[in-house]
Design a protein around this ligand. Structure first.
Ligand code: NAD
Ligand code: AKB
Length: 307
């Protein structure tokens, strides 16, 4: 049985469905601190900070693999740094410890481009760079990567991880991140409204379409153990664009669409991240490749977002 934590989130909702298609609905258990309305599939309430309950869920459901998505993202994280550290880092440590105790086959941990900081090379950011993140979210994920590597080396835990860029999809809404504008902008465009972007027009960030993120995740988890040579977290890339570049791409389909730029505290976070990522290790070690660029992603979003 596969356990997904944080399954109500932007990625969790879509990844859980995908895992159910791949492994059968009865073999995937969704969990989160709240339940989505009208949710009828297998679900357990689970606060990742409740070790006793997590231990029970893993034992009772005979869990063999975990996709540990539960976290507080970059922008929300800054409102409560200690809680963010606790959920993101201590939650992960509990999960890794129980994974060893229960001899789980595999654990997936999503890291992020937020592990990079102002001292990181901004263009084509290499896999191995000093990590000095500016947000507590980035700090918790960078430290989490190290713990994953440690648990692999020390306890032979098969833990695998990706540094996701900003994820864009039509199936679910983002929750408290700095890259959320790249999803919100489609809803404004399709409603015929002007969009107020909280980043500067020229802030380029690495992004990825949900379909690619899902495939990258399942391919990583299915890859032979020997091919996973990086046990902290793999750089992963697809496209990079700025708010003005995505605006122009949407305007090719909706010429009247207008955007104004009113940067808020999230601008400082975005400015500390990198512009583009070198993901050649992911490509050579386990065959990663992306399918969606900016043009293809925008077209698909405009066809599929429901307002
Ligand atoms: P999200 O904020 O949409 O969802 C996170 C989920 O975690 C929420 O449903 C929330 O209720 C749950 N959660 C929070 N605290 C919890 C707790 N104490 N116990 C159990 N569940 C709790 O996030 P997302 O965008 O779906 O991201 C999923 C994972 O991927 C996160 O770990 C995030 O850091 C990572 N990630 C996401 C992106 C992105 O662009 N979406 C990019 C990089 C990395
Ligand atoms: C965020 O903006 O916090 C996330 C991420 C890139 O980790 N989307």
């Amino acid at each position: 049985m596969i356990l997904v934590t944080g399954a109500n989130g932007q990625i969790g909702q879509v990844l859980t469905k995908r895992l159910r298609q791949l492994h059968g609905a009865d073999n995937v258990l969704a969990s989160d601190i709240t339940k989505l309305d009208n949710y009828t599939e297998k679900f357990e309430f689970l606060d990742i900070l409740n070790k006793h309950r997590l231990n029970e869920v893993i034992g009772d459901h005979k869990i063999t693999q975990v996709y540990h998505l539960a976290a507080i993202l970059s922008a929300s994280g800054e409102w409560n740094p200690k809680k963010t550290w606790n959920v993101n880092l201590n939650g992960l440590l509990t999960m890794l410890t129980l994974a060893v105790d229960h001899k789980l086959e595999k654990v997936f941990f999503p890291s992020t481009i937020a592990v990079f900081g102002n001292t990181t090379p901004r263009i084509n950011t290499p896999q191995h760079v000093p990590l000095l993140p500016e947000t507590v979210y980035g700090m918790s994920k960078a430290t989490g990567e190290n713990w994953c590597n440690y648990f692999n080396k020390r306890y032979d835990l098969d833990v695998r991880s990706l540094r996701y860029p900003g994820i864009i999809g039509y199936q679910s809404l983002p929750g408290g991140g700095t890259t959320d504008y790249a999803v919100e902008i489609f809803y404004a465009a399709l409603r015929g409204e002007e969009y107020t972007c909280f980043l500067n027009e020229d802030t380029r960030l690495p992004m990825m379409y949900m379909a690619d993120a899902l495939r990258g995740t399942t391919d990583l988890m299915e890859a032979p153990k020997e091919s996973i040579q990086i046990r902290s977290s793999y750089n992963l890339a697809a496209m990079s664009f700025s708010p003005i570049e995505i605006t122009r791409e949407i305007q090719k389909h909706i010429p009247d669409f207008k955007v104004k730029f009113e940067p808020d505290f999230r601008q400082e976070i975005a400015s500390s991240w990198t512009e583009s990522i070198d993901d050649s290790f992911a490509r050579s070690h386990w065959g990663w490749n992306h399918e969606y660029d900016l043009e293809k992603m925008v077209k698909d979003m405009l066809e599929n977002v429901t307002i």
